[in-house]
Write a protein that binds this ligand. Structure first.
Ligand code: AMP
Length: 280
């Protein structure tokens, strides 16, 4: 496993792998890896890719009052996890390596970036798209792997790839959960034991909705969302949104059917958590 920090090293290694006929699989992450990240990496490796993982906590996608400084980081632990997975390359750039002091350009996917998460995290997806576009240009992947855990991010990246004619297949991977149902997330580290118990209300509400749809054939969004909100509001957490939407454009839907999803966010103490269920 090669660990590299420089953009020109990425280009050289990828060029060399391509001349050997390798399919490049790219997994962008912000590190502090968990089994959600690992499932993306295993998918890339199972697909036979020359697999490159990036670890970069991207300052551009954090608002001024968000957790950029205290975002969990543990490179030694991350690298030992990646080594066990037989990853080919890990790219760990510094902020100065990624962005020159005079960096100006942004990649913005309007409309769908302003919904849901976008209302609570203005500018977040522009930061995400800008760094992902740069990382795509550096790694020239054939396939890039993203988790459904961040459903809106996945949908926006897919749109960016289509709109900019990027020749990259976006592979989506199901949300990985801990045994108690909580969606795995680096930010779960912030939760105290008490908060973690409270946080479970989001996955519990989504699970109840899933059962209503799949076992009882209840597909009326209003009924489903009302039930979900009631469950969430029964716990001492702040519900930020719970919405039924079309997956492609994130427009509200009145009936759950294929290619729709229910996306939600809560705040438990100071910690924001997102989760969803989707019907692909
Ligand atoms: P992050 O490091 O949080 O930026 O996540 C990097 C990638 O891992 C993104 O594509 C996420 O959607 C994905 N990911 C994070 N958590 C999970 C999870 N619990 N299940 C599946 N994918 C995940």
């Amino acid at each position: 496993m090669e660990i590299i920090h420089r953009k020109n090293e990425v280009r050289t290694i990828i060029k060399e792998a391509k001349t050997r006929g390798k399919i490049i699989g790219f997994v962008p992450t912000m590190g502090y890896l968990h089994h959600g990240h690992i499932s993306l990496i295993r998918k890339a490796i199972a697909d036979g890719c020359f697999t490159i993982v990036s670890i970069f906590v991207n300052p551009l996608q954090f608002g001024p009052d968000e957790d950029f400084q205290r975002y969990p980081r543990d490179l030694v632990r991350d690298l030992s996890m990646l080594k066990k997975e037989f990853v080919d390359v890990v790219f760990v750039p510094s902020t100065d390596e990624m962005y020159t002091k005079s960096h100006l350009t942004e990649v913005r996917v309007p409309v769908i970036s302003e919904k849901l998460e976008g209302k609570f995290r203005p500018g977040h997806f522009t930061g995400v798209c800008t760094v992902v576009a740069k990382l795509f240009n550096l790694t020239s992947p054939d396939k890039a792997y993203f988790g459904w855990k961040d459903a809106q991010q996945l949908i926006i990246i897919k749109k960016m790839v289509v709109d900019l004619d990027l020749h990259i297949e976006i592979v989506s991977v199901p949300t990985v959960r801990d045994s108690d149902g909580l969606a795995a997330s680096s930010r779960n580290k912030y939760l105290s034991e008490q908060e973690r118990k409270k946080a479970l209300v989001l996955s519990r509400a989504l699970q109840k909705i899933k059962e209503m749809v799949e076992l009882e054939n209840i597909t009326d969004s209003e009924v489903l969302i009302a039930t979900g909100k009631k469950i969430i509001n029964s716990e001492d957490v702040e519900l930020q949104y719970l919405e039924a939407v079309e997956l492609e454009n994130l427009e509200p839907v009145s009936v759950i059917k294929n290619n729709t999803g229910i996306l939600g966010a809560i705040k438990v103490g100071k910690v924001r958590l997102i989760d969803n269920i989707i019907w692909e």
